[in-house]
Design a protein around this ligand. Structure first.
Ligand SMILES: Cc1ncc(COP(=O)(O)O)c(C=O)c1O
Length: 402
């Protein structure tokens, strides 16, 4: 199957392009399964079984959410839309964790009534839980976690979660309340470093000691891992798992179960962006290759130009590398629409480029700027299956008054 450095050969990509168009996302489900298995194995070795809840916001492609479910993952959802999706693909309510901020009482109450775990981010959420408990305490217990803000060296002022003393005070009030079961603590921080992991454990450890003599039942560490190369999974994950194990041991929390909410760690490496080269033009000091996709598809949020990228040339006579470095340009009119720069390639129109590691915060942020969102296909044996066809113009404008 592999052609150039892990990518499918040109003929295979051309066959998909013949059906779906010159730009598309390609999911490798085996890579996602490997990542899930590796996280489970490394944490299992260090701390025993952990609950893994797939973060829908990272990539809400239903095929990936379903894959996560088939691999035994729970769902971490942050909105009414994501709750709807998890339920639509058949995740049992008891395996859904509702995080988020700014969602209304309708979604919070619906999750509580169905027996999902709800993460309280502050007083507003607490008020919704209290209101639910006052109305339903005879028939349903509200299961909640308290989200604590964890400052880390790389992200010292997190926006979300409660300050530790606020979480302790609110936790004490809620624990006294009939119909509310505070099962434990939650945190998440954009810092995915090992010092960031240690900060999570230290802050949650200190808050937990104030609230539970023998530790909380659940400790949800959010998503500390970040993307990794499945070929080097153990090297990446083991230090995080060992940090968790030693923190739990020194706290004496033998009966505390860990939850992780990985997103990027599972899907980043499992999705590539494939695009045909449409045009190559010479500019002073560089050859600009315009492709059938844009930076809004590879990394809309962070606009990265350093993602791994492969060149899959159309067959023909051997090429000589051009004198000037190649710059990969997107097909929008955004002046800074570069997907990669300084490539030592000899590229021609008709070739394909494959931008790897684009699974996190790409498809779930996509938009209809200039054109409808790109189609998505998934590798299926030697072939592929359609995950999302390209929406029509009418679908792109659904909801607008024409
Ligand atoms: C609460 C929560 N859990 C999990 C995640 C997933 O993080 P990542 O995509 O870095 O794995 C996020 C991302 O923002 C989050 O906010």
């Amino acid at each position: 199957m592999d052609g150039t450095g892990g990518s499918p050969p040109w003929q295979w990509l051309a066959a998909v392009a013949g059906e779906h168009g010159d730009g598309f996302y390609l999911i490798d489900p085996a890579a996602a399964r490997t990542c899930i298995g590796a996280i489970r194995q490394q944490f299992g070795k260090a701390v025993g079984p952990v609950q893994l809840a797939y973060s829908y916001k990272t990539n809400h492609t239903p095929a990936l959410c379903r894959l996560a479910r088939e691999q035994g993952m729970s769902a971490e959802v942050a909105s009414a839309q994501e709750l709807w999706l998890a339920r639509s693909i058949g995740v049992p309510d008891a395996d859904i964790i509702l995080t988020g901020v700014g969602r209304g009482p309708d979604v919070v109450h619906s999750a509580l009534a169905a027996g999902s775990l709800v993460v309280i981010d502050g007083q507003r959420d607490a008020d919704m839980v209290i209101e639910f408990a006052s109305r339903h305490r005879e028939e349903t217990v509200a299961h909640v976690l308290l989200r604590v803000a964890v400052p880390t060296p790389a992200a010292p002022a997190p926006r979300l979660g409660m300050q530790p003393d606020e979480a302790v005070a609110l936790g004490r009030r809620l624990m006294d309340m009939p119909g509310v079961d505070v099962l434990g603590l939650h945190c998440h921080n954009v810092d995915r470093s090992l010092p960031g992991m240690r900060a999570r454990l230290a802050v949650l450890g200190a808050v937990g000691q104030e609230l539970w003599p023998f530790g909380p039942r659940l400790l949800d560490l959010g998503s500390p891992l970040g993307p990794f190369d499945p070929a080097h999974a153990e090297d990446h994950i083991a230090p995080y798992a060992n940090a968790a194990a030693s923190a739990l041991t020194s706290l004496g929390w033998a009966d505390t179960h860990l939850i992780l909410e990985p997103g990027a760690a599972i899907v980043a490496a499992a999705v590539s962006l494939v695009a045909r080269v449409l045009d190559v033009r010479q500019q002073p000091g560089r050859a600009v290759a315009t492709i059938a996709a844009s930076i809004l598809h590879s990394s809309p949020n962070t606009r990265r130009v350093d993602l791994p990228v492969q060149h899959v040339p159309a067959s023909g006579p051997p090429r000589v590398t051009g004198a000037d470095p190649v710059y990969l340009a997107g097909s929008t009119l955004i002046d800074g629409d570069w997907l990669a720069i300084d490539l030592p390639w000899s590229v021609l129109p008709g070739d394909f480029v494959v931008v790897q590691s684009v699974g996190a915060y790409s498809i779930s942020l996509d938009n209809s700027f200039i054109d409808p969102p790109l189609p998505v296909v998934i590798r299926d044996g030697a072939g592929w299956a359609t995950v999302r066809r390209r929406p029509s113009f009418e679908e792109s404008f659904a909801g607008f008054v024409l």
